[in-house]
Design a protein around this ligand. Structure first.
Ligand code: 13P
Length: 248
């Protein structure tokens, strides 16, 4: 069965209750006819208000992180149960900004992924190489390590989404070419095949992320192994609707 395309926005540390509500109200009619699955991953504190805002639309709600413990003495953290309270369906795990600034490792990515899966929240597990890793020809080695450790002990890989986000393309306006993105995502699928079996790997949705916008989305989405996008900057504007409607 063909994989259903999935476009998700990552608001990162942007928007407020008011601006978020307004953007969602404007997006709603524009995404009504979309054929893909849609999510917005919003800052944790905006989840309650945005949960109300997306009601009655095709937009599902996502978070940007989840703690790996069910509950307990983890000041400042948010549990899967808390996310579920507000109907959160997706959670971004291991975004490169968290790896870069907040000490996220492949091991903590793995723990968070297992917790999200256990709680029925779909993890969007982010992988990707830095510029120096690409220049040193280490892309495949880095991605292999991120997948081997990050997805260790996952029982059903088809229940998660992978986002391939080359770090050098994030927020830089420097998108991977269609061919670069396709080639690398094909490698990721091959690696998933080795880890979880080809049949399962062929069911996993793999998104591209990194300066994806209203202009370049069509070309990226036309690639056989690219099943969607994880959109940063362009998800803060109505351009997000254009991306969601990439096939129109
Ligand atoms: P930009 O689309 O702003 O480059 O961000 C991509 C990203 O990091 C999505 O998670």
């Amino acid at each position: 069965m063909a994989r259903k395309p999935f476009i998700a926005g990552n608001w990162k540390m942007n928007m407020t209750v008011e601006s978020g509500k307004q953007l969602i109200a404007e997006l709603k009619p524009l995404v009504k006819e979309a054929k893909c699955d849609i999510a917005l991953c919003v800052p944790a504190i905006l989840i309650p208000a945005m949960a109300k805002a997306v009601k009655g639309s095709k937009i599902k709600l996502g978070a940007q992180n989840v703690h790996f413990a069910e509950n307990g003495a983890y000041t400042g953290e948010i549990s899967a149960e808390m996310l579920k309270d507000y109907g959160v369906k997706y959670v971004i795990i291991g975004h490169s900004e968290r790896r870069q600034y907040f000490g996220e490792t492949d091991e903590t990515v793995n723990k968070r992924t297992l917790t999200a899966l256990k709680n029925g929240i779909t993890p969007i597990v982010c992988v990707g190489e830095t510029l120096s890793e690409r220049e040193n020809d280490e892309t495949e080695k880095v991605l292999s390590r991120q997948l081997e450790i990050g997805l260790k002990d996952v029982e059903d890989v088809t229940k998660l989404v992978i986002a391939y986000e080359p770090v050098w393309a994030i927020g830089t306006g420097k998108t991977a070419t269609d061919e670069q993105a396709q080639e690398t995502i094909k490698f990721i699928r091959k690696k998933l095949g080795k880890l979880f079996g080809v049949k399962n790997a062929n069911k996993v949705k793999i998104q591209y992320g990194g300066s994806m916008n209203a202009k370049n989305c069509k070309g990226l989405m036309a690639q056989p192994d690219i099943d969607g996008g994880l959109i940063g900057g362009a998800s803060l504007k109505l351009d997000f609707a254009t991306i969601v409607n990439y096939d129109k």
